[in-house]
Design a protein around this ligand. Structure first.
Ligand code: DQA
Length: 148
């Protein structure tokens, strides 16, 4: 049987990883993140697909498309985390377990980053651990998927 698919969704400005405020977001690029998460997924028996968009509607479309196709979602919605009811509604409708990830520790940053719409739908949230957070999210999803 084919490995269950886990969709990793990255929101706006995450295409700039590596050059964007490296003191906050680290020096790894999005391509590095894709390599590391795909390899870790393979070790866990998960087929990882990594996507990134600067457009809110793309995130909504990808979450809708995960319903019935993907076994899990890892989502770093970037700034849409703090603003998007549309992303929240898509996650609530998807009926796919989602783990929220942030590279930076959003609760140690500006007040406007403390609130997350994504958290209202996510099974769990990992922040402040840099790109390692994505690997931890895959570990958590692997356990959930195996357990179901
Ligand atoms: C982020 C945190 C958000 O507040 C910010 O808008 C991002 C990245 C993170 O990974 O730390 O774009 O989601």
């Amino acid at each position: 049987m084919a490995d269950p698919i886990v969709l990793i969704i990255n929101g706006p400005n995450l295409n700039m990883l590596g050059t964007r405020q490296p003191e906050v977001y680290g020096s790894e690029t999005l391509a590095d993140l894709e390599t590391a998460t795909t390899a870790h997924g393979a070790r866990l028996g998960l087929a990882v697909e990594v996507r990134q968009s600067n457009h809110e509607g793309d995130l909504v479309d990808w979450i809708q498309g995960a319903r019935g196709r993907c076994a899990g979602i890892v989502i770093n919605a970037g700034a849409y985390t703090h603003t998007s009811v549309a992303v929240l509604d898509a996650l609530l409708a998807a009926e796919v377990p989602a783990i929220e990830v942030h590279l930076s520790h959003i609760h140690q940053r500006e007040e406007f980053r403390h609130h997350s719409y994504v958290s209202k739908a996510a099974k769990g949230m990992i922040c402040g651990l840099g790109s390692h957070g994505y690997l931890l999210a895959l570990d958590a999803l692997a356990r959930m998927i195996r357990g179901s």
